[in-house]
Design a protein around this ligand. Structure first.
Ligand SMILES: Cc1ncc(COP(=O)(O)O)c(C=O)c1O
Length: 351
């Protein structure tokens, strides 16, 4: 199957498997795993932060960050379809006791004015404070959209002025920096904490990092243990992370170019797609104008050997490019999708 459901479906490459096999390891809970330590130092410097900690998943990295930044009863503000609000099982409330306020975004982005309105003091609950803002870049539910740096600057400056801490869910922040053509630190250094995921476009089997100040990351070590995320010979996974940073960052541009070709191919086949919105490795396809049910479209595509997935938007499916996808796959995917959707719309018209 041509698997475009997500960039999480990648298999470790042969080179990555060799790096895993050769990893020098130790007991990570005792901070004795040299490969994990090396990865942490590398990621901290890449993101322009003082320190970083290795964690099993990006969800855990986000959750540890939220817990470190807020106290129970504080309010977390985020764009309403962001991963921390919709896919982390209410972790902000369950783990950190945070109340959450989701603001409607455009392309996953919210504005300084929205933030000001959301933080205007309440007369009823003097001590109920908005203390934390979490942003996502690239934004998953918006279709891999990227924050322009000037917009990010303006919002983070407003958050600072309002006394908020600012977290970046940068699970795909390297897609953002590659798309913008800037160093990752140019995007990530302005935040109090940053999540980076290894198991998406970077192609590792698992792993994520949380980066921030020395002080924050020292506190994160305790939370990591409390979450059950303290590991032992984690260097076998960290080695994959180092390999990915050496070999799989620049090539994210290939994923973006393939997503662009996929979108252009779909558009040429008569599927309504806004090519301007394809900024990284996601293509969103709305089946509503075609008059077919999304579930049916997904089933038919799967039967023909093309895996796409659903999104939070009821009629929208998505295709995500990654290191397991070739140029040939892109051509075939266009043919399969165009064929299935035109058959389905013909059937819908006859009915
Ligand atoms: C933006 C974003 N943040 C965090 C995560 C969580 O990653 P994981 O499922 O590896 O914990 C995801 C996963 O899709 C994501 O898209």
């Amino acid at each position: 199957m041509i698997d475009l459901r997500s960039d999480t479906v990648t298999q470790p490459t042969l080179g990555m498997r060799a790096a895993i096999a050769q990893a020098v390891v130790g007991d990570e809970q005792k901070r004795e795993d040299p490969t994990t330590t090396a990865l942490q130092e590398r990621v901290a410097s890449l993101l322009g932060q003082e320190s970083a900690i290795f964690l099993p998943t990006a969800t855990m990295a986000n959750q540890v960050a939220l817990k470190l930044h807020g106290r129970p009863g504080d309010v977390l503000v985020a764009e309403e379809s962001s991963h921390v609000l919709v896919y982390e099982y209410g972790g902000a409330a369950a783990h950190a006791g945070l109340m959450t306020l989701g603001l409607p975004g455009v392309a996953g982005r919210i504005s300084p004015d929205q933030l000001r309105a959301a933080t205007a003091p309440s007369t009823k609950a003097a001590d109920q404070r908005v203390t934390l803002l979490s942003l996502e870049n690239t934004h998953n539910n918006a279709g891999g959209r990227v924050w322009p740096l000037a917009e990010l600057d303006a919002l983070v400056a407003t958050a600072r002025e309002l006394g908020l801490r600012v977290h970046l869910d940068g699970a795909r922040v390297l897609n953002a920096s590659v798309a913008l053509g800037v160093e990752p630190s140019a995007v990530a250094a302005r935040f109090d904490s940053v999540t980076l995921c290894l198991s998406k476009g970077l192609g590792c089997p698992l792993g994520a990092l949380l980066a921030g100040s020395y002080e924050l990351i020292e506190r994160a070590w305790r939370e990591k243990h409390l979450f059950g995320g303290a590991m032992r010979q984690s260097g076998v996974v960290a080695a994959a992370g180092i390999y990915a940073l050496d070999n799989h960052v620049e090539r994210l541009a290939d994923d973006h170019a393939r997503a662009g070709r996929l979108a252009a191919g779909f558009a040429a086949a008569g599927i309504a797609i806004d090519l301007e919105q394809v900024e990284t490795n996601f293509v969103q396809i709305d089946v509503a104008p075609l008059g077919i049910e999304r579930a049916e479209a997904l089933d038919r595509l799967r039967d023909r050997g093309l895996g796409l997935s659903s999104t939070i938007h009821p009629t929208v499916m998505r295709a995500v490019t990654h290191l397991g996808i070739t140029d040939d796959d892109i051509e075939q995917a266009v043919d399969i999708l165009a064929g299935v959707l035109s058959e389905s719309t013909a059937t819908a018209r006859r009915a």
